[in-house]
Ligand binder design. Structure first.
Ligand SMILES: [Zn+2]
Ligand SMILES: [Zn+2]
Length: 95
């Protein structure tokens, strides 16, 4: 396939209590999935909209208490290909 720069368009956003998953699609059919933990604190302030800290969710509680977020993961799937992970430096690896 010729050089092509994916243009990601929002497609599906799924929120967990302390976790999010955002899948976007390019018109060529490629998919990108971004998943990670939500930001509870920013510059020392509890983020507005973080209302959950759901009863009984230990991870919510830990994040509320200032635990470090797990790194956000980015995965891309080229049309017809397998899901591959994209590292921070842009390298692509098998999941
Ligand atoms: Zn594309
Ligand atoms: Zn939670």
């Amino acid at each position: 396939m010729a050089e092509h720069e994916h243009q990601w368009k929002g497609r599906l956003f799924a929120d967990g209590c302390h976790h999010f998953s955002n899948t976007s699609e390019c018109e060529c059919g490629a998919l990108m999935n971004v998943t990670g933990e939500r930001i509870f604190w920013l510059r020392g302030k509890m983020q507005p909209g973080i209302y959950m800290a759901l009863e009984g969710c230990e991870r919510c509680h830990a994040l509320e208490m200032g635990a470090r977020r797990k790194p956000t993961r980015v995965s891309i799937r080229e049309p017809g290909g397998p899901w591959q992970r994209v590292l921070r430096d842009g390298r692509v690896v098998e999941p």
